[in-house]
Design a binder for this molecule. Structure first.
Ligand code: S3P
Length: 176
């Protein structure tokens, strides 16, 4: 396959774990935008939000994505943060990088998965349920317009998800 596979989707949609599996399966390196941001900032995402605010985090996120886009490397799995689609410039870069896969999961499952850790500053409040609903309402259209493929993961096993993504990407890139 020629280009990259990029995973987008809401917090808790499985981008990192599915990214790890795809990376193993294809032997492609996994690039994780959140991990690169933490490395650059020298502090956890929670601390970036607390000390510098969300816009500063979004600037870092856009900077990291611009670098990934500029280096022209192919055959990578790129896992992204749930809010990366907010900025139009990021949506353009994601499409330019390769095959964009939107991982969709139900709000119930999102809440179950994200309640286990407190590392997601946007949901660390009194009403995570309301926050998830509001953010999903804002972002669904952005995920949809950016994605080449939509995968509803709730009823699928990990091998079903990864095999489906790889087969669709091969078809998209026109090789077998
Ligand atoms: C965010 C999602 C997080 C992280 C940051 C903001 C968001 O990534 O980038 O907390 O705006 O949805 P995950 O989707 O990997 O949790």
């Amino acid at each position: 396959m020629l280009k990259n596979i990029i995973l987008i989707g809401f917090m808790g949609s499985g981008k990192s774990s599915i990214g790890r599996e795809l990376s193993k399966m294809l032997g492609y390196p996994l690039v994780d935008t959140d991990a690169l941001i933490v490395e650059r900032a020298g502090k956890p995402i929670r601390a970036i939000f607390e000390e510098e605010g969300e816009e500063a985090f979004r600037d870092l996120e856009a900077g990291v994505l611009a670098e990934i886009d500029a280096d022209n490397l192919h055959r990578r799995i790129i896992a992204t943060g749930g809010g990366i689609v907010i900025r139009p410039e990021n949506r353009r870069r994601l499409r330019n990088l390769g095959y964009v896969v939107w991982l969709v999961v139900s709000p119930t499952e999102i809440l179950k998965r994200t309640s286990r850790n407190k590392e997601r500053p946007l949901l660390n409040n009194d009403d995570p349920e309301g926050t998830v609903a509001a953010l999903l309402a804002e972002r669904e259209r952005l995920y949809r317009e950016t994605a080449n493929l939509t995968v509803e993961t709730d009823a699928l096993t990990m091998p079903e998800i990864t095999t489906g993504i790889v087969e669709s990407a091969r078809y998209f890139f026109g090789s077998t």
